[in-house]
Design a protein around this ligand. Structure first.
Ligand code: ZN
Length: 103
């Protein structure tokens, strides 16, 4: 009788520990989602989550490499123009911004 109660109690503890452990990776991934842009504002490559995020004008910018983050810090105003209004597309510096804004 006492033994089966003990097993029930133990499995309850194990279950809650398992549920807690499952919560941890979720909090990690939300910090990655916080980055506003999905492409690098300097060259349009995919964001590397290991590169430090830079906050500029209420947006958190991610970068593909440490070099790009350094370039952005020097002249953020020039590089944010390379991104579309929602940060999902790289428009580049070639002046085809008018085409993309036609939505
Ligand atoms: Zn880059």
């Amino acid at each position: 009788m006492f033994r089966s109660l003990g097993i029930l109690f133990l499995s309850l503890i194990l279950f809650s520990a398992f549920a807690l452990a499952q919560d941890q990776p979720q909090t990690k991934s939300t910090t990655e989602i916080e980055v506003w842009n999905i492409v690098c504002p300097i060259d349009g490559k995919a964001i590397n989550p290991e590169i430090k995020v830079i906050t500029y004008k209420n947006h958190k910018y991610g970068f593909c490499s440490e070099d790009c983050a350094v370039l952005f810090k020097e002249n953020p105003e020039a590089y944010i123009k390379n991104l579309s209004n929602d940060g999902t597309e790289f428009l580049g510096k070639s002046g085809n911004q008018n085409l993309k804004e036609n939505k």
